[in-house]
Structures are given as structure tokens and as C-alpha cells.
Design a protein around this ligand. Structure first.
Ligand code: FAD
Length: 420
């Protein structure tokens, strides 16, 4: 719905899309609060050692650069062609952006959003009507000391991502027997195997589960570690594979880093290496941890079943949205991805292995039955892993044509002029 300035917009999450959405809203004259449970770009910092596939030019906006230059004439952005590590992206762009006058006073760091509702309406009332917008949103927040408080806003944009909410590693996505008990012992992120996580992996046996780029990153790093320390070993477990290997190569891939990772991971899987054991078409059935021996005991099943033991388990099996935040709102979710339905439906129409072969799907794809509540960024794709920051920037532009009620509104085009 169109919302006049100066309305209050709550943005949940200070990742790249939350920050850019906040900036856009500030330029248009809205009051903005950005609630972030950790620090700026907390999720990216968890994989900060990994080099991004997409060059910086795809991960920044003209509005962001203009705000940074207006704040500090000496600011020098990374080159548009540079593929930065996650940490560099945060240090050289997102963090300085969060320090600009436009955003700094609007950031509420260390504040987790627990749930969002309407104070005068339950989920099942005023079904799908704009009358639901008559009362502001009630946002339950929790600070880092555990104290709870309530905030209000006329518009809520949920950009809390998915990275903090990993899938289960067990067969069919249901936890393996024993997995729930060991949630804190199993590594679901992308460990810095050649850096800070080296002591946990060097000279030890690691089980890596998953067939996406994160799993490939972990396996390739472990194989490198094994070149330096040959008593290091990795077992790579995947549900499905092809003749090329577990990762489907993208023809004439424009992202060089992605192409290199794919071919290196597939080579390790298919050509064999004394330190890498590839186990295709197998699943994790059960897992136990032996405290005395500091070992995981696992049962794996495919055509045959087998038992093994490992020092470390890394489950890079994707992530899902935390839908609990908007459980009391009328959000229509996709039954396959748990993303908002309209967007999921249009994404379903174009199935491509290459996330570069996509564009934003227009303003209407971002709406759902709950008026003035929007899901942008990685979370808008639900479990679909093909989201890119560049898509999120387009989503922001599209969304504010609705909120600002101007079909031709595009601050990215006018950013330079706006800030002189
Ligand atoms: C290893 C790896 C490499 C990647 N490489 C690329 C790449 O090259 N190019 C690319 O475009 N994308 C890449 N991605 C995807 C990238 O992570 C996303 O595109 C991007 O981070 C999405 O931004 P976002 O703002 O939507 O979500 P996020 O970056 O996930 O930010 C969400 C924020 O919300 C906060 N939050 C979560 N829950 C709450 C809550 N309840 N209350 C308050 N705050 C909360 C989190 O702490 C976090 O700061 C990569 C991902 C991984 C894992």
C-alpha cells in the first residue's frame, strides 16, 4: 500500500538488503528503525573468509556510494570488478554505510525481533483486507540481556535472511536420529578451515554433508589443508550426483570464482584423492557423540548401509526462513520453499541453475495479503538458494514504487544528482 511520509518503517535485519532498504527509505523522508540481533552484516561475517562470486559492482548501489561520498569525500570504494571476501565487503562498504549520518542513528544493534502482529487484530480477522492497516504493527523485541520491549511501525520490511536458520542434515530434511541433541556440536556454517578453524580440522577426519557451493567450498579447503597435512581426511556425503560430479557446471559461466570452485570440487569427487572419500547417493541416518573419545559415530545409508566415525561434522545443507516472526500475520507462504507465495510462484516459472540468469519480478511479486508487510532479500527466496544481493537491490527499488506510490520512482538513477 502507498504510505505517506513521515511514516515509521521498521526494517528487520541489518544485512546488505536491510541497510540499503533503510537508506532508500531515509532518502524518501520516512522514519526508519533498523532492528539487528547482532552486529551490522552479522550473517555475512559468519562466512567472512569466503570470496564472493559476484563482483562488488553487483553488490553495491549508486545510492550507497553517493551516501558514502557525501559523508566522506576521501572514501574510495572497491573496484566494481573486484570479487571481495565477505569480510572485505563488510569492512569496505556495509560498515562505512552504516556509519553515515543517514543510518547511524537509526540502527538498533543487539535487538532481536521475536514476533510481529497487529495489536487489535488476530491472524484470522479481517482476512486479506486493507482494514488490517488501520492499526500499526506491534513488534516484540528482545535485547542482548534478554529484556523484552514492544516497538511500533506503520510498515515492516523483514530482511532477516536465512543464514542463521540451517536445514537439518538427516534424510529427507528431517533430523537424523540424534541430530537434534547435537545441534550445537555439528557445524552448520562454512568453517574457515585454512584460518581460524584449522586446529579443529588439521590431522583429523571431517564428514562434510551437502552438494551446494558452501559444501564445495568446505571440501576444497579441506583438500588444500590435506596437501599440507596428509593425515587430514574428508568424507563428502551427497544425496545426488551426475557424471560431472555433485555440482552442475554452468555453461560459459561468467562468474570465474564459481566456475573454478565447481570444477575443483567435481574433480575431487570424481577423480579421487587419497584424502577425499566421495560418497554419492548416501544419507545421514543417525549420529551419536562419544564424549570420552571426542568422536561422532554415524550411520549412513544408500544402496548399502555403513557405520563410521568422525572428529568433526560440517553440514552445509542449506537454510530456511524463520517464519515464526510473522506467524500472527497474513503471509501467504509457498508450500515448497516457505518463501512468500507470489514471488515463489514467479520464481518457479523460470528454473535455471544459474542465479545470474534472473531479475527482480516487479513490485506486485513483493506483496502479500498482510498490508504494509514485506519480505525482501535472501528471506524472500525462502529455501531457494539462488538469491543475489543484486536482486535485492532491485527489489528495494520495486517496493518503494508501491510505498511511495510512484511507478517511475527510481532513486538509483537519480542518486548522483540527489547528493550532488
Ligand atoms: C558462503 C556464501 C557466499 C555467498 N556469496 C554471495 C555472492 O557472491 N553474491 C551474492 O549476491 N550473494 C552471496 N551469498 C548470499 C548472500 O549471503 C546474500 O545474498 C546476502 O547476504 C543476503 O542479504 P540479506 O540482507 O537478505 O540477508 P543477510 O545478509 O542474511 O542479513 C540478515 C540480517 O538479519 C539479522 N537477523 C536475523 N534474524 C533476526 C531477528 N530475528 N531480529 C533481528 N535481526 C535478525 C542477521 O543477524 C543478519 O544481520 C553468499 C552466501 C554464502 C553463505
Amino acid at each position: 500500500m502507498a504510505v505517506d511520509t513521515p511514516a515509521r518503517i521498521a526494517i528487520l535485519g541489518a544485512g546488505p538488503i536491510g541497510l540499503e532498504a533503510a537508506l532508500y527509505a531515509r532518502f524518501l523522508g520516512y522514519d526508519v528503525d533498523i532492528y539487528e540481533r547482532g552486529c551490522v552484516a552479522d550473517n555475512i561475517l559468519r562466512w567472512g573468509h569466503v570470496r564472493m562470486f559476484s563482483p562488488f559492482g553487483m553488490n553495491r548501489s549508486t545510492l550507497g556510494l553517493a551516501a558514502l561520498r557525501a559523508q566522506d569525500e576521501s572514501y574510495v570504494p572497491p573496484g566494481d570488478d573486484e570479487c571481495l571476501t565477505g569480510l572485505d565487503y563488510v569492512d569496505r562498504y556495509l560498515l562505512p554505510l552504516s556509519h553515515t549520518d543517514l543510518l547511524a542513528d537509526h540502527l538498533r544493534l543487539g535487538i532481536e525481533v521475536v514476533g510481529v502482529g497487529r495489536p487489535d487484530l488476530l491472524k484470522g480477522e479481517e482476512i486479506g483486507t486493507e482494514d488490517r492497516a488501520d492499526s500499526d504493527f506491534r513488534i516484540l523485541c528482545r535485547d542482548s540481556a534478554g529484556a523484552e520491549f514492544v516497538a511500533a511501525a506503520e510498515v515492516v520490511i523483514d530482511t532477516t535472511g536465512v543464514f542463521g536458520n540451517p536445514n537439518w542434515a538427516g534424510q529427507g530434511g528431517v533430523p537424523a536420529i540424534g541430530e537434534m541433541m547435537l545441534r550445537d556440536r555439528i557445524e552448520y556454517g562454512v568453517p574457515d578451515v585454512l584460518g581460524s578453524a584449522r586446529p579443529q580440522h588439521v590431522g583429523r577426519k571431517t564428514l562434510v554433508i551437502g552438494a551446494g557451493y558452501s559444501a564445495a567450498t568446505t571440501v576444497v579447503a579441506l583438500a588444500k589443508l590435506a596437501e599440507e597435512a596428509p593425515d587430514t581426511h574428508v568424507t563428502w556425503l551427497v544425496r545426488q550426483t551426475s557424471a560431472a560430479g555433485p555440482l552442475a557446471p554452468i555453461a560459459d559461466d561468467r562468474l570465474v570464482g564459481r566456475a573454478t570452485l565447481t570444477s575443483e570440487a567435481n574433480r575431487l569427487a570424481t577423480s579421487g584423492s587419497p584424502q577425499v572419500t566421495f560418497k554419492p547417493r548416501m544419507n545421514l541416518v543417525s549420529v551419536k557423540y562419544d564424549e570420552a573419545a571426542s568422536k561422532f559415530h554415524v550411520e549412513l545409508a544408500g544402496e548399502v548401509s555403513e557405520k563410521d566415525e568422525f572428529d568433526v561434522i560440517v553440514a552445509n545443507v542449506g537454510s530456511r526462513p524463520d517464519t515464526g516472526i510473522y506467524r500472527e500475520l497474513q503471509v501467504h507462504q509457498c508450500y515448497a520453499t516457505e518463501g512468500p507465495m507470489k514471488l515463489a510462484a514467479v520464481l518457479q516459472e523460470t528454473v535455471s541453475g544459474d542465479c545470474l540468469a534472473q531479475t527482480a519480478r516487479g513490485p506486485q511479486s513483493l506483496t502479500n495479503p498482510e498490508p504494509d508487510f514485506y519480505i525482501l532479500g535472501a528471506k524472500s527466496y525462502g529455501r531457494n538458494p539462488s538469491f543475489l544481493v543484486s536482486i535485492g537491490l532491485e527489489q528495494i527499488r520495486d517496493l518503494f514504487t508501491i510505498i511511495g506510490d510512484r511507478a517511475d520512482l527510481d532513486l538509483y538513477k537519480t542518486a548522483i544528482r540527489l547528493l550532488g
